[in-house]
Design a protein around this ligand. Structure first.
Ligand code: ADE
Ligand code: ZN
Length: 387
């Protein structure tokens, strides 16, 4: 495709184009959408004591020096979530924001070990989240699924216990992920947990290369058999690994505003996102924990536009995100057709064809319309490159 570094659009046209650009969000922690105002309201409603009582005081805690400094606040505020209604409302509020940013599909992380440690019933948490997803699909037309994240700095036995606890409802879960403090907790520790998850039919993703080295990304591929890598910033330190990610078509779910706020990079222009994209890696852009990092997914796309990234590259990133979903081929082709419609309107003449293009999907599926967001059960759990 043609690469233009300068945007041809006015700032207003660019903003409109980005807002309507059909995209998927593949790296979003639902607990990371808990805005400080809501955290204080929930603390009050649920009788949870926090060390901060005013918004002004709480807002002062958002100046992070690294991943751990953020996680300390994130886990603290998570304790205000207590009821199925809290989880349902959190999900619906996120999906409303995402819909306004052109998100058509969201594959969403949650941290069950933390909620269980807080004394909550796992089924109650999941019921609340799934009800929010159901309402989002019904009211906003956004499809989605849940990815159960293993908290890597908790004991491996607690990860196994969570798998035991969800085994009776594994069809309610799209996949397994790995998050929290990275350095010192390599993917190798979780090989058995991921192998068991694969046997349960779950998709596999893992945070790797956020603060940890490129070798953690390699471990995630070789030992956890992940289908996407979350962040993957430090993969760029290893040229052979970059070539591997490109040739094996492993998507990266990158999060620019998160990386800047957690000081993974000093400046957005230091993020290797563009070089990875240009090396042929399937880069996607996501928001991670938008309530903490100063922006939802649309703001992340806009931040790249503000750096001078052209609409053609931003569109490629959005298209990558649709291709990187765990949807079955028919549903994916439906979303890719929406992308093609957008592309004809905003960047006529630009070609985004390829093996998985909407055109080829149309021929294969013979289906006029996709619901653009099937239930987790509609997602394809077979046929992945590394199964
Ligand atoms: N949990 C929530 N956000 C996270 C991040 N950016 N990295 C690791 N774990 C997380
Ligand atoms: Zn994350």
């Amino acid at each position: 495709m043609t690469i233009r570094n300068e945007g041809d659009q006015s700032p207003t046209e660019m903003a409109k184009a980005l807002r309507t650009l059909p995209k998927a969000e593949l790296h979003l922690h639902i607990e990371g959408t808990l805005e400080p105002e809501l955290a204080l309201e929930l603390a009050d409603r649920n009788g949870v004591r926090l060390p901060w009582t005013s918004l002004k005081e709480l807002r002062r805690q958002y100046d992070f020096s690294n991943l751990q400094s953020f996680l300390d606040l994130y886990y603290r505020l998570m304790s205000t979530l207590r009821t199925a209604r809290d989880f349902r409302d959190l999900m619906l509020a996120y999906l409303s924001r995402a819909a306004a940013d052109g998100v058509r599909r969201a594959e969403i992380f949650f941290d069950p070990q933390v909620h269980v440690n807080n004394g909550l019933d796992l089924d109650m948490v999941m019921d609340g989240l799934l009800e929010g997803l159901r309402l989002g699909r019904e009211r906003l037309g956004i499809g989605g699924g849940l990815i159960l994240c293993i908290v890597r700095d908790m004991p491996v036995s607690s990860a196994q216990a969570i798998l035991d606890a969800v085994s009776h409802r594994k069809d309610d879960i799209l996949g397994i992920g790995l998050d929290s403090a990275e350095v010192g907790y390599p993917p190798s520790l979780f090989a058995d947990v991921f192998s068991r998850s694969a046997d349960m039919g779950l998709h596999r993703v893992a945070h790797a290369g956020e603060e940890g080295p490129a070798d953690y990304v390699t471990q995630a591929l070789d030992l956890l058999h992940v289908e996407r890598v979350d962040h993957g910033v430090h993969a760029a330190d290893d040229p052979a690994l970059v070539r591997r990610l490109a040739s094996e078509d492993v998507p990266l779910t990158m999060c620019p505003l998160s990386n800047r706020r957690l000081q993974v990079v000093h400046d957005l222009k230091d993020l290797p996102l563009l070089s990875l994209l240009d090396a042929g890696v399937k880069v996607t852009v996501n928001s991670d924990d938008p309530a903490y990092f100063g922006g939802y997914i649309g703001d992340n796309y806009q931040a790249l536009a503000d750096l001078g990234m052209g609409l053609d590259r931003l569109a490629l990133i959005a298209r990558n995100s649709l291709e990187a979903t765990f949807l079955d081929e028919d549903a994916k082709a439906g979303l890719l057709r929406e992308f093609d419609d957008w592309s004809r309107r905003f960047i006529p003449g630009e070609s985004f064809g390829g093996a998985g293009s909407a055109e080829s999907g149309k021929e294969e599926s013979g289906k006029e319309e996709s619901d653009g967001g099937s239930s987790p059960n509609g997602a394809d759990r077979k046929g992945t490159a590394r199964d």
